[in-house]
Design a protein around this ligand. Structure first.
Ligand code: GLN
Length: 380
Protein backbone atom coordinates (compact mmCIF):
# COMPACT_ATOMS: atom_id res chain seq x y z
CA UNK A 1 0.00 0.00 0.00
CA UNK A 2 1.19 3.54 -0.72
CA UNK A 3 2.88 5.41 2.12
CA UNK A 4 0.08 7.97 2.30
CA UNK A 5 -2.32 5.21 3.38
CA UNK A 6 0.05 2.97 5.32
CA UNK A 7 -1.18 3.92 8.77
CA UNK A 8 -4.86 3.36 8.01
CA UNK A 9 -6.56 0.04 8.72
CA UNK A 10 -9.79 -1.47 7.41
CA UNK A 11 -12.41 1.13 8.33
CA UNK A 12 -13.96 0.59 11.72
CA UNK A 13 -17.43 0.50 10.12
CA UNK A 14 -16.47 -2.39 7.86
CA UNK A 15 -14.76 -4.22 10.72
CA UNK A 16 -17.71 -3.85 13.04
CA UNK A 17 -20.39 -4.72 10.51
CA UNK A 18 -18.51 -7.93 9.63
CA UNK A 19 -18.31 -8.83 13.34
CA UNK A 20 -22.01 -8.04 13.77
CA UNK A 21 -22.89 -10.61 11.14
CA UNK A 22 -20.39 -13.16 12.42
CA UNK A 23 -21.70 -13.03 16.02
CA UNK A 24 -25.35 -12.44 15.21
CA UNK A 25 -25.07 -9.21 17.18
CA UNK A 26 -27.54 -6.33 17.02
CA UNK A 27 -25.81 -3.65 15.01
CA UNK A 28 -25.88 -0.22 16.59
CA UNK A 29 -22.46 0.41 15.06
CA UNK A 30 -22.26 1.55 11.45
CA UNK A 31 -24.67 4.39 10.84
CA UNK A 32 -27.18 3.06 8.37
CA UNK A 33 -30.92 2.75 8.86
CA UNK A 34 -32.33 -0.78 9.10
CA UNK A 35 -35.51 0.53 7.47
CA UNK A 36 -36.04 1.66 3.93
CA UNK A 37 -36.18 5.06 2.28
CA UNK A 38 -39.52 6.56 1.19
CA UNK A 39 -41.53 4.97 -1.61
CA UNK A 40 -41.86 8.15 -3.66
CA UNK A 41 -38.09 8.32 -4.01
CA UNK A 42 -37.72 4.61 -4.82
CA UNK A 43 -40.51 4.90 -7.43
CA UNK A 44 -38.71 7.83 -9.03
CA UNK A 45 -35.54 5.73 -9.38
CA UNK A 46 -37.44 2.82 -10.91
CA UNK A 47 -39.16 5.18 -13.33
CA UNK A 48 -35.86 6.78 -14.33
CA UNK A 49 -34.36 3.37 -15.09
CA UNK A 50 -37.43 2.39 -17.14
CA UNK A 51 -37.28 5.72 -18.97
CA UNK A 52 -33.78 4.92 -20.14
CA UNK A 53 -31.93 7.40 -17.95
CA UNK A 54 -29.06 4.98 -17.72
CA UNK A 55 -26.02 6.47 -19.43
CA UNK A 56 -23.41 8.82 -18.00
CA UNK A 57 -24.83 11.90 -16.41
CA UNK A 58 -23.30 15.28 -17.00
CA UNK A 59 -20.09 15.22 -14.94
CA UNK A 60 -21.09 17.77 -12.31
CA UNK A 61 -24.73 16.62 -12.07
CA UNK A 62 -27.89 16.45 -14.17
CA UNK A 63 -29.15 20.03 -14.50
CA UNK A 64 -32.42 19.23 -12.71
CA UNK A 65 -30.55 17.96 -9.65
CA UNK A 66 -28.16 20.91 -9.53
CA UNK A 67 -31.25 23.15 -9.56
CA UNK A 68 -33.06 21.14 -6.89
CA UNK A 69 -29.97 21.29 -4.64
CA UNK A 70 -29.70 25.06 -5.11
CA UNK A 71 -33.41 25.46 -4.30
CA UNK A 72 -33.10 23.33 -1.15
CA UNK A 73 -30.02 25.30 -0.05
CA UNK A 74 -31.89 28.56 -0.54
CA UNK A 75 -34.77 27.20 1.52
CA UNK A 76 -32.42 26.10 4.30
CA UNK A 77 -29.95 28.99 4.42
CA UNK A 78 -31.40 31.91 2.44
CA UNK A 79 -28.35 31.82 0.15
CA UNK A 80 -28.95 32.08 -3.58
CA UNK A 81 -26.44 30.05 -5.59
CA UNK A 82 -26.02 29.40 -9.30
CA UNK A 83 -26.83 25.72 -9.88
CA UNK A 84 -24.61 25.64 -12.96
CA UNK A 85 -21.52 27.22 -11.47
CA UNK A 86 -21.70 26.54 -7.76
CA UNK A 87 -23.15 23.05 -7.29
CA UNK A 88 -21.32 19.77 -7.96
CA UNK A 89 -23.01 16.38 -7.58
CA UNK A 90 -20.69 13.70 -6.18
CA UNK A 91 -20.83 10.04 -5.17
CA UNK A 92 -21.90 10.70 -1.61
CA UNK A 93 -20.57 13.36 0.71
CA UNK A 94 -17.48 11.22 1.25
CA UNK A 95 -16.49 11.90 -2.36
CA UNK A 96 -17.33 15.59 -1.99
CA UNK A 97 -14.92 15.74 0.96
CA UNK A 98 -12.21 13.95 -1.03
CA UNK A 99 -12.77 16.19 -4.06
CA UNK A 100 -12.59 19.34 -1.91
CA UNK A 101 -9.31 18.17 -0.37
CA UNK A 102 -7.69 16.96 -3.55
CA UNK A 103 -8.94 19.90 -5.58
CA UNK A 104 -8.13 22.71 -3.15
CA UNK A 105 -5.29 21.59 -0.86
CA UNK A 106 -1.62 21.50 -1.83
CA UNK A 107 0.86 19.09 -0.23
CA UNK A 108 2.15 20.68 2.95
CA UNK A 109 -0.87 22.96 3.42
CA UNK A 110 -2.07 23.06 7.00
CA UNK A 111 -5.64 21.93 7.68
CA UNK A 112 -7.38 22.07 11.06
CA UNK A 113 -9.60 19.19 12.04
CA UNK A 114 -11.82 18.69 15.10
CA UNK A 115 -11.39 15.39 16.90
CA UNK A 116 -13.24 13.09 17.19
CA UNK A 117 -13.81 13.08 13.42
CA UNK A 118 -15.39 10.87 10.78
CA UNK A 119 -12.57 8.54 9.77
CA UNK A 120 -12.42 9.46 6.09
CA UNK A 121 -11.27 13.01 6.92
CA UNK A 122 -7.84 12.04 8.11
CA UNK A 123 -7.31 9.51 5.30
CA UNK A 124 -8.35 11.96 2.59
CA UNK A 125 -6.26 14.75 4.05
CA UNK A 126 -3.37 12.33 4.01
CA UNK A 127 -4.04 11.54 0.33
CA UNK A 128 -3.96 15.26 -0.39
CA UNK A 129 -0.64 15.56 1.49
CA UNK A 130 -2.07 18.03 4.00
CA UNK A 131 -0.41 18.77 7.30
CA UNK A 132 -3.08 18.02 9.90
CA UNK A 133 -3.57 20.02 13.09
CA UNK A 134 -6.13 18.56 15.49
CA UNK A 135 -8.33 20.35 18.00
CA UNK A 136 -10.01 18.00 20.45
CA UNK A 137 -13.64 18.43 21.50
CA UNK A 138 -14.02 17.08 25.02
CA UNK A 139 -16.94 15.65 26.97
CA UNK A 140 -19.35 16.35 28.46
CA UNK A 141 -20.48 18.93 25.89
CA UNK A 142 -17.76 18.64 23.23
CA UNK A 143 -17.68 22.41 22.85
CA UNK A 144 -14.88 23.99 20.83
CA UNK A 145 -11.96 25.16 22.97
CA UNK A 146 -12.01 28.58 21.35
CA UNK A 147 -8.68 29.76 22.76
CA UNK A 148 -6.98 26.64 21.44
CA UNK A 149 -8.58 27.20 18.07
CA UNK A 150 -7.48 30.85 18.00
CA UNK A 151 -3.93 29.80 18.77
CA UNK A 152 -3.99 27.13 16.07
CA UNK A 153 -5.14 29.34 13.20
CA UNK A 154 -2.21 31.18 11.62
CA UNK A 155 -1.37 32.51 8.19
CA UNK A 156 -0.10 29.01 7.40
CA UNK A 157 -3.60 27.56 7.81
CA UNK A 158 -5.23 26.77 4.50
CA UNK A 159 -8.53 25.33 5.70
CA UNK A 160 -10.70 24.19 8.60
CA UNK A 161 -12.63 20.98 8.13
CA UNK A 162 -15.76 20.84 10.25
CA UNK A 163 -18.91 18.81 10.70
CA UNK A 164 -22.16 19.93 12.28
CA UNK A 165 -24.29 18.17 13.53
CA UNK A 166 -21.20 16.24 14.52
CA UNK A 167 -20.44 12.56 14.04
CA UNK A 168 -19.76 10.78 16.42
CA UNK A 169 -20.79 13.05 19.34
CA UNK A 170 -24.05 14.61 18.16
CA UNK A 171 -22.67 18.01 19.10
CA UNK A 172 -24.00 20.96 17.09
CA UNK A 173 -21.82 24.01 16.56
CA UNK A 174 -23.36 27.00 18.29
CA UNK A 175 -23.70 30.42 16.71
CA UNK A 176 -20.95 31.72 18.96
CA UNK A 177 -18.59 28.94 17.88
CA UNK A 178 -19.41 29.47 14.22
CA UNK A 179 -18.87 33.21 14.54
CA UNK A 180 -15.45 32.62 16.07
CA UNK A 181 -14.52 30.25 13.26
CA UNK A 182 -15.81 32.78 10.74
CA UNK A 183 -13.81 35.66 12.11
CA UNK A 184 -10.63 33.56 12.28
CA UNK A 185 -11.17 32.52 8.68
CA UNK A 186 -11.79 35.98 7.30
CA UNK A 187 -8.85 37.45 9.26
CA UNK A 188 -6.42 34.76 8.16
CA UNK A 189 -7.83 34.00 4.70
CA UNK A 190 -8.76 30.42 5.57
CA UNK A 191 -11.20 28.14 3.75
CA UNK A 192 -13.90 26.07 5.44
CA UNK A 193 -15.00 22.62 4.38
CA UNK A 194 -18.29 21.95 6.14
CA UNK A 195 -19.85 18.49 6.23
CA UNK A 196 -23.54 18.97 7.02
CA UNK A 197 -25.02 15.58 6.16
CA UNK A 198 -26.96 15.41 9.43
CA UNK A 199 -28.50 18.88 9.05
CA UNK A 200 -32.06 17.50 8.99
CA UNK A 201 -31.44 15.55 12.20
CA UNK A 202 -31.13 18.53 14.50
CA UNK A 203 -33.17 17.97 17.65
CA UNK A 204 -32.17 20.45 20.32
CA UNK A 205 -31.34 23.55 18.26
CA UNK A 206 -31.52 24.88 14.74
CA UNK A 207 -28.81 23.87 12.34
CA UNK A 208 -26.73 26.80 11.09
CA UNK A 209 -24.69 26.56 7.88
CA UNK A 210 -21.45 28.44 8.34
CA UNK A 211 -21.69 29.59 4.72
CA UNK A 212 -24.61 31.82 5.76
CA UNK A 213 -22.46 33.91 8.12
CA UNK A 214 -21.21 37.28 6.80
CA UNK A 215 -18.14 36.93 4.58
CA UNK A 216 -18.19 33.15 4.71
CA UNK A 217 -19.92 31.98 1.54
CA UNK A 218 -16.99 33.03 -0.63
CA UNK A 219 -14.60 30.83 1.38
CA UNK A 220 -16.77 27.81 2.20
CA UNK A 221 -17.46 24.47 0.58
CA UNK A 222 -20.74 23.18 2.04
CA UNK A 223 -21.27 19.45 1.61
CA UNK A 224 -24.34 17.34 2.07
CA UNK A 225 -26.01 14.20 0.76
CA UNK A 226 -29.21 12.27 0.31
CA UNK A 227 -28.25 9.30 2.49
CA UNK A 228 -29.19 10.35 5.99
CA UNK A 229 -32.11 12.62 5.16
CA UNK A 230 -33.82 10.01 2.99
CA UNK A 231 -32.58 6.80 4.65
CA UNK A 232 -30.83 5.78 1.44
CA UNK A 233 -27.20 5.52 2.52
CA UNK A 234 -26.43 3.03 -0.25
CA UNK A 235 -27.31 5.40 -3.06
CA UNK A 236 -24.23 7.55 -2.58
CA UNK A 237 -25.62 10.82 -3.89
CA UNK A 238 -23.87 13.81 -2.41
CA UNK A 239 -22.93 17.33 -3.39
CA UNK A 240 -20.68 20.28 -2.76
CA UNK A 241 -21.86 23.90 -2.89
CA UNK A 242 -19.18 26.57 -3.24
CA UNK A 243 -18.48 29.83 -5.07
CA UNK A 244 -17.21 29.36 -8.65
CA UNK A 245 -13.49 29.74 -7.83
CA UNK A 246 -13.69 26.92 -5.25
CA UNK A 247 -16.15 24.84 -7.28
CA UNK A 248 -13.55 24.78 -10.04
CA UNK A 249 -11.11 22.89 -7.77
CA UNK A 250 -13.81 20.53 -6.49
CA UNK A 251 -14.95 19.75 -10.05
CA UNK A 252 -11.42 19.18 -11.34
CA UNK A 253 -10.87 16.52 -8.68
CA UNK A 254 -14.36 15.05 -9.09
CA UNK A 255 -13.93 14.81 -12.89
CA UNK A 256 -10.96 12.50 -12.51
CA UNK A 257 -12.10 10.62 -9.41
CA UNK A 258 -15.51 9.38 -10.50
CA UNK A 259 -16.38 11.69 -13.43
CA UNK A 260 -20.12 11.38 -12.82
CA UNK A 261 -22.59 9.81 -10.39
CA UNK A 262 -25.37 7.25 -10.94
CA UNK A 263 -27.86 8.77 -13.38
CA UNK A 264 -31.14 7.15 -12.24
CA UNK A 265 -30.31 7.87 -8.59
CA UNK A 266 -29.78 11.52 -9.52
CA UNK A 267 -33.24 11.65 -11.09
CA UNK A 268 -34.70 10.16 -7.94
CA UNK A 269 -32.76 12.67 -5.86
CA UNK A 270 -34.58 15.46 -7.70
CA UNK A 271 -37.88 13.96 -6.53
CA UNK A 272 -36.52 13.54 -3.00
CA UNK A 273 -35.39 17.13 -2.61
CA UNK A 274 -38.82 18.33 -3.63
CA UNK A 275 -40.37 16.51 -0.65
CA UNK A 276 -42.90 18.58 1.30
CA UNK A 277 -41.85 20.05 4.64
CA UNK A 278 -44.02 17.42 6.34
CA UNK A 279 -41.52 14.76 5.23
CA UNK A 280 -38.67 16.46 7.09
CA UNK A 281 -40.83 17.07 10.16
CA UNK A 282 -41.88 13.47 10.31
CA UNK A 283 -38.31 12.26 9.90
CA UNK A 284 -37.24 14.36 12.83
CA UNK A 285 -40.17 13.23 14.96
CA UNK A 286 -39.46 9.55 14.26
CA UNK A 287 -35.80 9.99 15.09
CA UNK A 288 -36.54 11.92 18.29
CA UNK A 289 -38.59 8.94 19.50
CA UNK A 290 -35.80 6.49 18.64
CA UNK A 291 -33.26 8.67 20.36
CA UNK A 292 -35.33 8.72 23.53
CA UNK A 293 -35.56 4.93 23.60
CA UNK A 294 -31.81 4.53 23.18
CA UNK A 295 -30.71 7.26 25.58
CA UNK A 296 -33.12 6.21 28.32
CA UNK A 297 -32.15 2.57 27.83
CA UNK A 298 -28.40 3.23 27.92
CA UNK A 299 -28.81 5.20 31.14
CA UNK A 300 -30.77 2.35 32.71
CA UNK A 301 -28.02 -0.07 31.66
CA UNK A 302 -25.57 2.12 33.59
CA UNK A 303 -23.78 4.14 30.92
CA UNK A 304 -22.91 7.77 31.36
CA UNK A 305 -24.54 9.16 28.21
CA UNK A 306 -23.40 12.49 26.80
CA UNK A 307 -26.03 14.86 25.44
CA UNK A 308 -26.41 14.70 21.67
CA UNK A 309 -28.21 17.57 19.91
CA UNK A 310 -28.20 16.17 16.38
CA UNK A 311 -27.21 13.22 14.10
CA UNK A 312 -28.41 9.69 14.76
CA UNK A 313 -25.60 8.95 17.20
CA UNK A 314 -24.96 9.21 20.90
CA UNK A 315 -21.69 8.71 22.70
CA UNK A 316 -21.39 7.14 26.11
CA UNK A 317 -18.70 6.52 28.70
CA UNK A 318 -18.28 2.77 29.18
CA UNK A 319 -15.82 2.80 32.07
CA UNK A 320 -18.41 1.76 34.67
CA UNK A 321 -18.22 -1.75 33.18
CA UNK A 322 -14.53 -2.20 33.93
CA UNK A 323 -13.08 -2.95 30.50
CA UNK A 324 -9.68 -1.43 29.82
CA UNK A 325 -10.53 0.68 26.77
CA UNK A 326 -13.11 1.34 24.07
CA UNK A 327 -11.86 -1.40 21.74
CA UNK A 328 -11.83 -4.03 24.51
CA UNK A 329 -15.28 -2.89 25.58
CA UNK A 330 -16.70 -3.13 22.06
CA UNK A 331 -15.19 -6.60 21.59
CA UNK A 332 -16.76 -7.73 24.84
CA UNK A 333 -20.06 -6.14 23.86
CA UNK A 334 -20.15 -8.01 20.55
CA UNK A 335 -18.94 -11.39 21.77
CA UNK A 336 -20.56 -11.64 25.19
CA UNK A 337 -23.58 -9.35 24.94
CA UNK A 338 -24.45 -9.47 21.25
CA UNK A 339 -24.54 -5.74 20.55
CA UNK A 340 -22.30 -3.68 18.26
CA UNK A 341 -21.12 -0.17 19.08
CA UNK A 342 -18.23 1.80 17.58
CA UNK A 343 -15.07 2.40 19.62
CA UNK A 344 -14.27 6.09 19.23
CA UNK A 345 -10.48 5.98 19.59
CA UNK A 346 -10.22 5.55 15.81
CA UNK A 347 -11.70 9.04 15.43
CA UNK A 348 -8.81 10.79 17.17
CA UNK A 349 -5.26 11.68 16.08
CA UNK A 350 -4.25 10.43 19.53
CA UNK A 351 -6.33 7.26 20.17
CA UNK A 352 -5.84 7.62 23.95
CA UNK A 353 -8.29 10.52 23.91
CA UNK A 354 -11.14 8.27 22.82
CA UNK A 355 -10.51 5.29 25.03
CA UNK A 356 -13.43 5.90 27.40
CA UNK A 357 -16.03 6.59 24.74
CA UNK A 358 -18.19 4.43 22.50
CA UNK A 359 -20.76 5.49 19.90
CA UNK A 360 -24.22 3.99 19.48
CA UNK A 361 -26.43 4.59 16.43
CA UNK A 362 -30.20 4.91 16.80
CA UNK A 363 -31.10 4.78 13.08
CA UNK A 364 -32.82 1.45 13.74
CA UNK A 365 -36.42 0.39 14.21
CA UNK A 366 -37.71 0.59 17.77
CA UNK A 367 -37.78 -3.16 18.25
CA UNK A 368 -34.09 -3.40 17.38
CA UNK A 369 -33.24 -0.61 19.80
CA UNK A 370 -35.28 -2.24 22.57
CA UNK A 371 -33.71 -5.63 21.79
CA UNK A 372 -30.21 -4.19 22.13
CA UNK A 373 -31.07 -2.49 25.43
CA UNK A 374 -32.58 -5.75 26.72
CA UNK A 375 -29.42 -7.69 25.91
CA UNK A 376 -27.25 -5.09 27.62
CA UNK A 377 -29.48 -5.06 30.71
CA UNK A 378 -29.19 -8.81 31.01
CA UNK A 379 -25.54 -9.31 30.23
CA UNK A 380 -23.53 -6.21 31.00
N1 GLN B 1 -21.15 7.60 8.24
C1 GLN B 1 -21.50 6.32 8.78
C2 GLN B 1 -21.06 6.24 10.22
O1 GLN B 1 -20.41 7.10 10.72
C3 GLN B 1 -20.87 5.15 8.07
C4 GLN B 1 -19.96 5.45 6.95
C5 GLN B 1 -19.13 4.28 6.52
O2 GLN B 1 -19.48 3.13 6.73
N2 GLN B 1 -18.01 4.55 5.97
O3 GLN B 1 -21.35 5.28 10.86
Amino acid sequence: VAKRLEKFKTTIFTQMSILAVKHGAINLGQGFPNFDGPDFVKEAAIQAIKDGKNQYARGYGIPQLNSAIAARFREDTGLVVDPEKEVTVTSGCTEAIAAAMLGLINPGDEVILFAPFYDSYEATLSMAGAKIKGITLRPPDFSIPLDELKAAVTNKTRAILMNTPHNPTGKMFTREELETIASLCTENDVLVFSDEVYDKLAFEMDHISIASLPGMYERTVTMNSLGKTFSLTGWKIGWAIAPPHLTWGVRQAHSYLTFATSTPAQWAAVAALKAPESYFNELKRDYAAKKEILVKGLKEVGFKVFPSSGTYFVTADHTAFGLENDVAFCEYLIEEVGVVAIPTSVFYLNPEEGKNLVRFAFCKDEETLRGAIERMKQKL
